[in-house]
Design a protein around this ligand. Structure first.
Ligand code: HEC
Length: 166
């Protein structure tokens, strides 16, 4: 045993103070740098493990509507006879990259109705019951991975401005 161990144990107050200081710093860092979404997650298209998970989540939960290759449904800008819209593409030809990360996450978790204008019938279900937050962030990372650099940079800018406004 080292000699310093009992000494440290005899000073629990300073140890606690140090812990509190570390926790406070972490909280400040989280607030300042965002730490991803308010739900504690983040999409990182440069993280191969997250993208691999996202590919599987996408195939299971998203591809049926948004297309196996993120291509969306045909004629996705035209209203359906019953109201609402077909599923849009998630690749760079779509509209997905116009949104900040947190908004994409909330649409995915809670459904399209969350951001739909009043009276609009959303056909985008929420996946909060079917998948974990980590899985949903991963699906978004997989989607972002498909965007060319130019689009990724623009979406990063949109995301940064939204974070700054929060
Ligand atoms: C049942 C079909 C369906 C499934 C399954 C589905 N979506 Fe959607 N999604 C839609 C439709 C339709 C829209 C268009 C907006 C609306 O109707 O609210 C949409 C819109 C979105 C948007 C907003 C795009 C934009 O440009 O505004 C995101 C993000 C999205 N979906 C993500 C996902 C993800 C991620 C999954 C899988 C976890 C998924 N969706 C599964 C039908 C679906």
């Amino acid at each position: 045993m080292t000699e310093s161990a009992p000494k440290r144990l005899s000073r629990p107050a300073s140890a606690l103070a140090a812990l509190v200081a570390v926790a406070a710093l972490a909280a400040v860092a989280y607030l300042v740098w965002g730490g991803g979404g308010a739900d504690g997650g983040a999409a990182d298209p440069d993280d191969p493990a997250q993208v691999a998970l996202g590919r599987a989540v996408y195939a299971e939960h998203c591809a049926a509507c948004h297309g196996v290759n993120l291509e969306g449904q045909p004629d996705w800008r035209s209203r359906l006879p019953g109201g609402g819209l077909p599923a849009p593409p998630h690749d760079e030809t779509g509209h997905t990259w116009h949104h900040p990360d947190q908004q994409l996450f909330e649409i995915t978790k809670y459904g399209g109705a969350r951001y739909a204008p009043p009276g609009f019938q959303s056909n985008m279900p929420g996946f909060g019951e079917a998948a974990s937050d980590a899985e949903l962030w991963a699906a978004l990372a997989y989607i972002m991975r498909s965007w060319p650099d130019k689009i990724r940079i623009r979406q990063n800018g949109i995301d940064r401005r939204a974070r700054a406004a929060r």
